[in-house]
Design a protein around this ligand. Structure first.
Ligand code: UT7
Length: 330
């Protein structure tokens, strides 16, 4: 038995400059700023006008490397969580590897929608814990604007574009790092949140375009009901199995899908709102990017300190959900 623990040792993020406000959306669909803010907590989101998902990941990872003072050729593995890969294949991890010059790394993509980052973090930390790899980059990035129907008010108001990344390394202090993770899937959720076109089930055709199968579909109400319970349940579970109470938690880092889901999770954990990372108002739901985007913004603002207890929690398409307990290492 080895006792290597994986720790997050650097964070980075990127959001495109273009801002799409609720008022801008009022001109595209029958909606209004007040409805969007009160039902979701979102005021604006970012839109990537030129370029693909990997182009947002490049500056996010470069920020990570700069933070840590290392070069891209020191990276061993790249795990890229996204549902908006640049293309079906090659993997966006490979595209990114070439763009940043990580010429010694191998990598792969993870498709777990809004839970992509917690899934990838869990896999990445286990690659470090085995002793096989010393520098694993975990990226969560999505260009949601590429798969949104800007005539569908049920979805286009919710999502935005962004990227976040972290570096995992063996922890120099075994008590710090990624302490625990608990992940779930439930394929029955596939009926409520999906994009059905383009794959082997519905290969692209004029018909799939006409039927709008290349866009996200979400039955918001059904997803809301399970998300609000699922995210709170798994957060409570991870506290219990690590003998923690809300009082021990310094930061809840929730997936940013809806402020009401975030509030319900914080309430169940007995957490004051001041201990919850929330930036949904500025970025909307950036799918795999929400959690690393929060981590990086809060760390760069000097608010995340060595030794603090962080609970990362998410719920998304699949269904997929999970939580990770991190004791911050730097
Ligand atoms: O991240 C992946 C996981 N996803 C989630 O966690 C999202 C979960 N779902 C949600 O966050 C919420 O269900 C939404 C924000 C998507 C919708 O909120 P809701 O409170 O569930 O609203 P609703 O869909 O029940 O719609 C309520 C009303 C409806 O009108 P009627 O039927 O009451 O007359 C909708 O037609 O609001 C209407 N509506 C809108 N009105 C203005 C729906 N979308 C809009 C809109 N602007 N954009």
């Amino acid at each position: 038995m080895n006792n290597i623990r994986a720790a997050i040792t650097a964070v980075g993020h990127y959001v495109p400059e273009k801002v799409l406000t609720n008022h801008d959306l009022e001109k595209l669909v029958e909606t209004n700023d007040e409805w969007i803010r009160t039902r979701t907590g979102i005021s604006e989101r970012r839109i990537m006008e030129n370029g693909a998902t990997s182009d947002m990941a490049v500056p996010a990872v470069q920020m990570v490397l700069k933070n840590r003072g290392i070069t891209a050729d020191e990276i061993d593995v790249i795990i890229f969580a996204t549902v908006t890969p640049d293309m079906f294949f090659p993997a966006t991890a490979c595209v990114l590897q070439e763009k940043i010059g990580a010429n010694k790394a191998w990598g792969f993509d993870i498709s777990a929608a809004c839970s992509g980052f917690v899934y990838a973090l869990s896999v990445g930390s286990q690659l470090v814990e085995t002793g096989a790899y010393k520098k694993v980059i975990v990226v969560g990035a999505d260009k949601m604007s590429a798969i949104l129907d800007y005539t569908d008010r049920n979805t286009c108001i919710l999502f935005g574009d962004g990227a976040g990344a972290v570096l995992l390394e063996p922890s120099s202090d075994e008590s710090l790092g990624v302490i625990d993770h608990k992940l779930y899937s439930d394929g029955t959720g596939g009926d409520f949140l999906y994009m059905k076109g383009g794959g082997s089930l519905n290969p692209p055709s004029h018909q799939t375009v006409e039927d709008k199968l290349h866009y996200i579909y979400q039955d918001g109400k059904s997803v809301f009901k399970v998300a609000v319970v699922g995210m709170a349940d798994v957060s409570e579970e991870i506290l219990k199995r690590n003998n923690l109470t809300g009082a021990d938690v310094d930061w809840l880092v929730p997936h940013q899908a809806n402020l009401r889901i975030i509030d319900a999770t914080a309430n169940r954990m007995g957490l004051d709102k001041s201990k919850v990372m929330i930036n949904i108002s500025k970025y909307g739901n950036t799918t795999a990017a929400t959690i690393p985007l929060c981590l990086s913004e809060w760390w760069h603002a000097g608010k995340v300190k060595k030794g603090q207890n962080l609970i990362l929690a998410s719920f998304g398409a699949g269904y997929t959900w999970g939580a990770v307990y991190v004791k911050w290492a730097y």
